[in-house]
Design a protein around this ligand. Structure first.
Ligand code: BEZ
Length: 402
């Protein structure tokens, strides 16, 4: 299969189409509707979960994105902004239809979404077929910036591999040898566990058992009973949102807290601390954000977010904010002319995002190259402990771009 067949559209074709469009604009050959569109509002399509276990994540991403655009005078490249919103319900089966509602019906200039990796795969398909600019503000599906990478697809969050891989070495360095893993059985869970496993086994550790639950099932009890009888050195998990909060509480109720250490990628404890009382106290996780970073941009972001939304931000809010910052920067490069897609892409590829998480750059596959922090829950904070891996880039296996 050629690159083009695999990607639907290759970089050369993408650039040629853009050049033809730019040439036609210069010659005044385009229908007046397109010229009109330049003065109309920029159409931003938000496809995120607003119901279900990931609802809070979708809201935080929306807030973060809108805050970044608000800080730019509520404009993109000098043009007013209109939002089109779809609740994707974290349902992969509905993803292509939902994405097409925004692309075909609402004719959005840019698609922003989503949280769930399976849903993101549907959005990637639509973006590759339609050429619509897609910014992924959470979903870590490795393939989006791996074998399915494309010029018009960017991510401002992470790959599922990225925050889990460094925890392998952290645990091995502590002399932990036998670890049980537990996760939701879907793309994100599988890839997060693979990332951890790669780091842990490379450092000499052994996975004694992999435990799985279908998404978004939260019947943890039988698995916790099995863990208690296996008595591993530690357990590493991937859960997020409402499911993560439930696991943390069930872990304490089952009497495992203080007996078997529970680790995870930071989605386990981000955005859930208000809901779990003291059950998460002392838990350590790895992630590309922490609550007590000594970074001026983080301080100003947290103040602005709290003032605007009367809520404390979390990693999802940061990722949404950075999606907004990336969009602001891309639109500025073309004075709001979203027809100049290749120039937007070129600007986004060169971006150095001044993020609350610390400055990050875009990899050739269009995924953040970023520090991964070790954090520890202290009270209501995921407190910074150390840098677990400096400037970590996803290996982007299978991406033929760049
Ligand atoms: C995912 O499905 O990619 C995902 C969902 C929540 C947190 C992190 C990753």
């Amino acid at each position: 299969m050629s690159d083009k067949d695999k990607m639907g559209i290759d970089r050369r074709e993408f650039l040629l189409n853009g050049a033809a469009l730019a040439g036609a604009t210069a010659l005044g050959m385009l229908p007046s509707g397109l010229a009109l569109a330049q003065s109309a509002r920029v159409r931003v399509g938000l496809m995120l979960p607003y119901t279900g276990t990931y609802a809070q994540l979708g809201v935080a991403i929306t807030n973060g994105l809108k805050l970044a655009i608000q800080e730019n005078g509520n404009k993109l490249g000098g043009r007013e902004v209109e939002y089109f919103t779809v609740d994707d319900e974290s349902d992969p089966a509905k993803a292509p239809e939902n994405a097409n509602k925004l692309v075909q019906r609402d004719k959005v200039d840019v698609l922003v979404g989503t949280v769930h990796s399976g849903v993101a795969m549907g959005m990637v398909k639509v973006a590759r077929e339609s050429g619509t600019l897609l910014i992924i503000p959470n979903a870590g599906a490795d393939a989006a910036t791996g074998p399915l990478c494309a010029p018009n697809i960017f991510r401002t969050s992470f790959t599922n591999w990225q925050p889990s891989y460094p925890m392998g070495k952290v645990l091995a360095d502590r002399g932990m040898k036998n670890v049980v893993t537990m996760a939701w059985k879907y793309g994100a869970g599988e890839e997060a566990i693979n990332g951890f496993k790669e780091g842990f086994t490379k450092a000499g550790g052994k996975i004694v058992k992999e435990l799985w639950l279908p998404f978004p099932n939260v019947e943890f009890q039988p698995l916790l009973t099995e863990i208690a009888s296996l008595k591993p050195d530690a357990v590493f998990v991937f859960f997020a949102g409402g499911g993560a909060a439930k696991l943390i509480k069930d872990w304490q109720a089952a009497g495992l807290k203080g007996k078997i250490p529970l680790f995870g990628s930071g989605f386990l404890t981000d955005g859930v601390l208000d809901a779990v009382g003291d059950a998460a106290e002392g838990m350590e996780t790895t992630l590309h954000y922490a609550d007590s970073l000594d970074i001026p941009k983080d301080k100003s972001f947290r103040l602005a977010y709290a003032k605007t939304f009367k809520l404390q931000p979390d990693v999802y809010a940061v990722q949404g904010y950075d999606a907004g910052q990336l969009l602001v920067l891309g639109a500025k490069a073309v004075n709001g002319d979203f027809g100049k897609k290749n120039e937007i892409i070129a600007a986004m590829e060169k971006a150095v995002i001044d993020s609350p998480r610390g400055k990050w750059t875009m990899s050739k596959a269009h995924n953040p190259v970023q520090d991964i922090y070790l954090r520890k829950v202290v009270g209501k904070e995921n407190r910074y402990v150390s840098v677990a891996h400096k400037a970590l880039a996803d290996p982007a296996r299978g991406c033929k771009m760049g």
